[in-house]
Design a protein around this ligand. Sequence first.
Ligand SMILES: [Zn+2]
Ligand SMILES: [Zn+2]
Length: 286
Amino acid sequence: MTTQKSTIAKGKLKKGKISERQNVFGTCASMFVKLYHSACSVFFPSNIKCLICGDDLKEKQDIEICDACKFKLQFLSDTTTCARCGAPITGQGQYCLNCQNGDCEFDIARSVFVYEGEIRHLIAGLKYNNKPYLSRTLSQYIAEKYKELGWEADLIVPVPLSSARKKWRGYNQAELLAEGVSDVIGVPINTETLIKIKDTDAQATLNLSERRKNLRESFKVMDKYAVKGKRILLIDDVMTTGSTASACTHELKKAHASRVMVLSIAHAKTEIPTETTKNSAEILAN
Ligand SMILES: [Zn+2]
Ligand SMILES: [Zn+2]
């Protein structure tokens, strides 16, 4: 009897232990699911609202911006731009002064928007306010631009961040954009080959040539065979002087990339004047 009781007690105990373990496992699993969902909701929230005005969108769409807000966006295609770097320009010439001076090393660059107004706010949200999900809509615009331009790329490479900066932000916004573009246009992406080995945040104190030198020394191609002979589509968030894209191009071309084309969401409206004294052939030869 005692043995029986003891067996029952033992059995109960054993059963109790199993259920305790199951409970612990269940709690962990549900915590994991909750964490996963909250992480997903930060990265890609499921509610469908206009990213600019917050109004409900009628249905799920690739570009989460309502028609009224889309209408107000400043597309660069409505502006006169430099034939090479895509900067908004004023004056009669085809090329901005940067391109005429031979400062842009990439073959061609284009951006979708002028870096102003609501687009500027969206990019700030993506870069500084922990809203990585904004890349979903912004990358759609970049992919549309790629198709409209009729470019042909073999490989997509995002402008890299230093590991310290990526750790601070939690993600590389250019990488998220590049992934979105890759999904739409079906060109493979490589996020490992071009890396940033030096932080260049303290550039403000440097003059232009020091800044360029500092930037050039901050990027490195890890596997030259990954880019050799390839037409690269370099993706960035914003273009200002084009010096970052040029520094990346310098390294990619050193590794024998055959062509580097740059696409970004927006180009800063620096109103770079043009100079008509140089002819186009001379500029393109730079
Ligand atoms: Zn709206
Ligand atoms: Zn230019």
